[in-house]
Structure formats: C-alpha cells, structure tokens
Design a protein. Structure first.
Length: 284
C-alpha cells in the first residue's frame, strides 16, 4: 500500500532530522498529501498530532543522551529544540513523570516512546515505562523446559507451559497465584519460578538470577501475558534497542508476572515486566 510506504518515509525523515526544525509542509510533501490532509491522516493513524509525536520522540531520545553522555542538561535541551532548561524540564516531567536530573541518575522510571512504523498494524506510537536497576544476585525455585526455537519465537511454547489447558507448570510450584512469578529465558531454556517463600512444593530446581544492571520495561495493567509480553519484546528489541547505546550482555531475559489468585482481581490489576541485562555504553 503506497500510503503506508509514504508514511514510513515520513517516520524515517523525522528520525533523520529529529534535532532539526522539522517543517510540517515537508512531511506532507513526502507523504504526497496536502498539509491539512496529512495532519488529519497522521493524527488518525497514530492517535496524536505530528507535533506531539515529534515532541515525544525528542524527549525519549533525550533520556538516552542524559544517561549515556556527559553533556549538560541545557545542551541536551537545546539539541532537541528547547531554549531553556526550565522549559525542557517542564516538558520532560510532563512526559516522564520525573526530572532530567533524576533520569540522568537513574532514579525512578521514564516513559520511552518508540518510533512509529506503519504496516497493516501500526507499530510503535506507544509509551513504555522504562528504568535502569542494579540488583544483587538472588535465587528462585521452579521448573524448566528446553525450547527448540529462537528467543523471539519462544512465546507460544511459554504459553503452553503457563496454560491451565495444557501443561500448567504453576500448579506444580505453588497452590495460589498471589504475588510475583518469574519467567526466565536463558539461552534456550525457559523456567517458571518463584521466591522460596512463595513455593509450596519440593523437588524444584534452584535458579540463580545473576546480579548486575538491568533495563526494566513495564506493561500497563490488565493485559494478557500472551499478548503483552510478545508486544513488549518487539518494542524493546526493534525500537528501544536501536535508539539506545546500551549493550545487551547475553541472551537472557527475565519476565516478572504480578498476579493474583482471584481471577477478577487478576484480570484488572495484573501487569508484567521484562528485565534485560545490559552493560553501560562508553560515555564521551
């Protein structure tokens, strides 16, 4: 579809000129639309105005600059189009819920906004809660299975392990769902596990989660893991990682499930995290 190709060209142009003064008329020309038609089409497809989209992308990229360079906050602000640190800080807080200084010091989480791509289903254009954490190694206990698939294709087999209709590994680990569960993917082996205080059965495998620095991404509440985690995985590896200068240390991913035994409560309040082990980029 030509319109999708042209909108992707617009998205690419925005990324290439994200620190420039982007002219909406030029975007409309690339999309082969009149200015008004382009603005309406973009808003309809993405769910926000093109100016709002550009602002969110700039504030997302500013996080990368804050955490991975020694540039002054005012210089980062001016790079992305703000003329004062006060105006930049106000916009930053409005999007991320925290200050640039806190983001630089990795205090709390920020909201990463990936670049949009247009297919039959629109990808990107959705915020991800993101933070960097440093943890000591810890032990969890559960059951494992070796997968014969690549990391990105593993979710169907994960669902079989979790599903009540199929293997339902959780019932062999704990009598209830309340609290935190872990799904650990380690070079082809997937484990479902809990902290020792939360398990009810013996003869479970001990799994050591290595200490270190992790990038942590959080879903919204209420979603189904079989939908939310593959979507989050795709956004992280296809959108966040190319933007970021962090390096993934190994093919090791931790999924954290926040669940409840009561089904109604679980459907309302459940959410998930994805932890990716990273190493710091070189800073100038």
């Amino acid at each position: 579809m030509d319109v999708l190709r042209e909108l992707n060209d617009v998205s690419d142009y925005i990324e290439e000129h994200i620190t420039d003064d982007i002219n909406i008329d030029e975007l409309a020309r690339i999309a082969m639309q009149s200015g008004n038609n382009f603005s309406r089409l973009f808003s309809y497809m993405v769910g926000m105005s093109v100016n709002e989209y550009i602002r969110r992308r700039r504030l997302s990229l500013a996080v990368n600059d804050l955490q991975n360079s020694n540039a002054k906050i005012i210089d980062i602000a001016m790079k992305y189009g703000w003329n004062s640190s006060d105006a930049f800080t106000k916009a930053f807080i409005n999007q991320h819920g925290t200050t640039p200084t806190n983001a630089r010091n990795k205090i709390g989480s920020v909201k990463i906004f990936p670049p949009v791509s247009f297919e039959l289903n629109i990808k990107g254009a959705k915020e991800m809660d993101f933070k960097i954490v440093t943890v000591d190694s810890f032990e969890i206990f559960g059951l494992s299975k070796q997968f014969n698939c690549r990391s990105a294709d593993r979710f169907k087999q994960e669902n079989i392990m979790w599903s009540v209709e199929f293997e339902h590994y959780p019932e062999r680990i704990s009598a209830g769902y309340d609290g935190i569960w872990y799904g650990v993917f380690d070079n082809g082996k997937y484990s479902i596990a809990r902290a020792q205080k939360d398990i009810d059965y013996s003869r479970l495998e001990k799994i050591t989660v290595p200490g270190g620095q992790y990038a942590v991404f959080t879903t919204e509440k209420g979603g189904y893991a079989g939908t939310e985690l593959p979507r989050l995985h795709e956004l992280v590896f296809n959108s966040w990682l190319p933007d970021s200068e962090y390096k993934i240390k190994e093919e090791f991913v931790i999924e954290v499930y926040h669940l409840a035994t009561d089904r109604a409560e679980r459907r309302k309040n459940r959410y998930y995290e994805m932890w990716i082990p990273i190493s710091e980029p070189d800073t100038e």
